[in-house]
Design a protein around this ligand. Structure first.
Ligand code: C2E
Ligand code: MG
Ligand code: MG
Length: 768
């Protein structure tokens, strides 16, 4: 090494700047030593002349000076050693035979110290052993004394030239090393994995990124085939990349595949393989780039970039596109996708499949009364329970709101589906306890079976939906298979809506009345107005078959207003005929109640028929009351002030608590017919009726029982102190004309007398 100050393992930044510096001043590495003159090339060299004889020393010095070289002088060996110890010399002209420290000692010293100066021995000792010894000790050359000036200078200049060559060599080596270091630095610090494969596809180079990216040591992979690094599922794709033989623009770029990683990206190292998404480039390498022949192909090189974060983001987006974010269940789009696959499969294998459309019966109520957060939690809990009813391969999707759809791709018979539907209803009937609230949500399930109920995904879903609506209509909480008759009834909700609008305009809606009877006297106290649709083709259509849709579309408002005006007219007529205590109960929908100007319109409708407000009872379900209390309460108070009677319909099926109820200006609780239906001979199941009776008593509210179907119920209700009843036991809802007859004949007095008589005298008659 000539340049003792030459930098080795320097930091990349330094090495880079030095590289740039040396590019600006070629060869400057050799010239950086300040002891070497800049202008005179010869003056750059450091020369030392050593002789124990002053005159010889001076003459040599002069001779060298004459040729333009500057030299230092050392008189004798000891002085030479001092000079060599203090400065670096290129060439030393050294006398051998000197007293004290001889030329040989100086040579020994130079070799011991590893001085890289060229020592030319100038000596009178021309013996072979003397020269041999000198050369052995590292002398560059030998000039015999008395020297010939030309020969001496030539020898010296040869030595100097050699010095220069060595300097240049070293500088070049240095530059090469730096440039290689720079490239190695760039390659190793690249955010990408950089690799090279030999012609057989085995790794011959991998940069440092390998370890931090995939957790492998370089040595583990060098010489191994690339397939060891590729995820098993992506081997085929990898073959196309890593066997890359093309170059330039045609080379493979941005191929995405998974490489095996040993790193757990979120925690400490794990030694089981997991895969990382990478984007790869690859280019063929040829021994002669101009001749890309099979023989010339030496391998492939390229980069691999970690794109796992992007892939994850894509996966999230993809997930969001096909899943419901609340429950993480598949959404409508994914269900349709799976359904169409399942249909194709079933068609090929001549198999059946089932689609269930499931709507929660009382979700809206929870959402409206307990808030959306609670609603969301309930939906998640429902989703979990539903999932626990499924088998592998079944798909449960959320269609939005409280609607779920289930695809059962493996169905042999209807009974298979019945088992699952029953299981679902069972699970959903058990209460959900959320935040201390006990919530009850039943479900209505419509089922369509491929191929009977349709052979496209749209038809199957639509028909399951239609069947679900039938369940809703028949009192909810059950399941129903789609049948062609349903299709004949109303093929779609849309056509139903169209027909209903038309029916309204054509006056096809009729008002039927069901008498309400005093359980004390058997007299008719009033009637409940119930809508019917006298359809020209389908006959008499029950409310259950069109009111849910009417509520959804808002048509319910027109229906209610129509029913009310008709009912007011009829009851005004009956009152005018002498039945002046007669009242009419009308059902109110939430939509009508919430509508602006409702009270004014209602009052106007009363006035039109000349009916007193006292003659009217509003039946409002608990659910309706809870919808928008701020809007509803003032309206009800206003109506109450005018004298309108207000009753809670279907009482006991909602979530209203006492504290809620007290905010409403109500007079009557109407016991839901399901509880009345529970009254049996043994009286064991009637505890809810008892509780409602006690509650009404506490709140000083009237009671009316709906759905009274037999004598047992009548007797029990009477015994409990329920003052009014309504139900098939007395009469089904009938047209107005029949009511007119009924009031005249008053047929229920004896019925009630007989029905309640056997109950004994213990009945707390007239409790209300
Ligand atoms: P609701 O107000 O609770 O009416 C009582 C329902 O019970 C009526 O059904 C009636 O026919 C039925 N019912 C009466 N007695 C018995 C019995 O002993 N056993 C059984 N199983 N059922 C009995 P309907 O007429 O089919 O009406 C169903 C529901 O539709 C009504 O329930 C009410 O919520 C709604 N609705 C009917 N008409 C109207 C209307 O004009 N406007 C509004 N908004 N809703 C109406
Ligand atoms: Mg009612
Ligand atoms: Mg009711």
């Amino acid at each position: 090494m000539r340049n003792h100050d030459a930098a080795h393992a320097v930091s990349p930044g330094e090495s880079f700047s030095r590289l740039r510096g040396s590019q600006g001043a070629p060869g400057s590495a050799a010239g950086s030593d300040e002891t070497r003159g800049q202008e005179n090339p010869r003056g750059r060299h450091a020369i030392l002349i050593v002789d124990d004889k002053p005159e010889l020393l001076n003459s040599l010095h002069q001779l060298v000076g004459l040729h333009g070289y500057q030299a230092d002088k050392a008189l004798g060996g000891a002085e030479a050693l001092r000079a060599l110890g203090g400065k670096r010399y290129d060439v030393v002209l050294l006398d051998l035979i000197m007293p004290g420290v001889s030329g040989h000692d100086v040579l020994d010293y130079a070799s011991r110290e590893g001085l890289d100066c060229k020592i030319i021995v100038v000596s009178g000792d021309s013996s072979f052993s003397g020269i041999k010894h000198a050369l052995h000790c590292g002398a560059f050359d030998f000039v015999k004394k008395p020297y010939e000036a030309g020969e001496l200078i030539a020898t010296m200049e040869t030595a100097l030239r050699q010095c220069e060559l060595e300097d240049q060599n070293q500088a070049m080596g240095e530059k090469l090393r730096e440039s290689e270091e720079l490239h190695r630095f760039i390659v190793n610090n690249s955010p990408d994995l950089v690799y090279m494969l030999d012609r057989n596809g085995c790794f011959i180079f991998l940069n440092d990124r390998l370890e931090s990216l995939l957790g492998y040591e370089r040595d583990e992979l060098i010489g191994r085939h690339y397939t060891e690094l590729v995820d098993d599922d992506h081997l085929e794709r990898a073959r196309n990349v890593f066997n890359e033989r093309r170059m330039g623009e045609r080379a493979a770029t941005n191929v995405e595949l998974k490489l095996k990683s040993r790193l757990n990206r979120r925690g400490p190292r794990l030694f089981h393989a997991q895969s990382l998404w990478m984007e790869l480039t690859a280019e063929g390498v040829y021994s002669d780039p101009n001749e890309r022949t099979r023989e010339n192909f030496v391998g492939t090189y390229g980069t691999a970039r970690d794109i796992s974060e992007r892939k994850e983001a894509e996966e999230v987006i993809n997930f969001q596109a096909y899943h419901d974010l609340l429950t993480h269940l598949p959404n409508r789009a994914l269900l349709k996708d799976r359904l169409s696959l399942a249909i194709a499969h079933a068609r090929r294998n001549k198999r059946k499949l089932a689609v269930m459309f499931l709507d929660l019966d009382r979700f809206k109520l929870v959402n409206d009364t307990l808030g959306h957060t609670m609603g969301d939690r309930l939906l998640k809990a429902v989703a979990n329970r539903l999932q626990s009813c499924l088998r592998r391969g079944d798909t449960l999707a959320r269609f939005g709101g409280d609607e779920f759809t289930l695809l059962l791709p493996e169905v042999r018979t209807k009974d298979d589906v019945v088992v699952i539907a029953s299981k679902i209803l069972d699970r959903l009937n058990a209460p959900f306890v959320i935040d201390g609230h006990e919530l009850f949500v039943g479900a209505s399930i419509g089922i369509s079976i491929y191929p009977e109920a349709g052979d496209s995904e749209e038809t199957l879903i639509q028909n399951a939906d239609i069947a679900m609506y039938q369940v809703k209509g028949r009192g909810k909480n059950g399941y129903q298979f789609f049948s062609e008759e349903m299709n004949h009834s109303f093929s779609t909700r849309l056509s139903l809506e169209r027909e209903l609008r038309n029916g309204l305009a054509q006056g096809e809606l009729k008002v039927y009345y069901q008498p309400q009877v005093s359980l004390l006297s058997g007299r008719i106290t009033g009637v409940e107005a119930l809508v019917r649709w006298q359809h020209p083709v389908r006959g008499l259509v029950e409310p259950i078959d069109f009111l849910p849709m009417a509520e959804e579309t808002g048509l319910i408002c027109q229906i209610d207003e129509y029913v009310q005006s008709q009912a007011f007219r009829d009851v005004a007529y009956w009152r005018s005929k002498g039945f002046d205590g007669m009242r009419v109960s009308v059902n109110l929908s939430a939509t009508q109640l919430e509508k602006e100007g409702f009270v004014d319109r209602f009052v106007a409708s009363l006035q039109q028929c000349g009916l007193e407000a006292q003659a009217v009872k509003l039946e409002i379900t608990e659910n309706t009351l809870m919808q928008d209390m701020e809007v509803i309460i003032p309206k009800l108070k206003e109506l109450r002030r005018l004298g309108v009677h207000i009753a809670i319909d279907d009482f006991g099926t909602g979530y209203s608590s006492l504290s809620y109820l007290q905010q409403f200006p109500i007079q009557t609780l109407k016991i839901d017919r399901s509880f009345v239906g529970d009254i049996r001979e043994d009286e064991s199941d009637a505890s809810i009726v008892n509780a409602i009776v006690a509650m009404a008593r506490g709140l000083k509210l009237d009671l009316i029982a709906e759905g009274v179907e037999n004598r047992t119920q009548l007797r029990y209700l009477h015994a409990q102190g329920c003052s009014e009843g309504q139900g098939f036991f007395f009469s089904r809802p009938v047209p107005a004309s029949e009511i007119t007859t009924m009031i005249r004949q008053n047929p229920f007095e004896s019925v009630v007398r007989e029905g309640t008589a056997s109950a004994g005298s213990s009945a707390p008659a007239g409790a209300f």
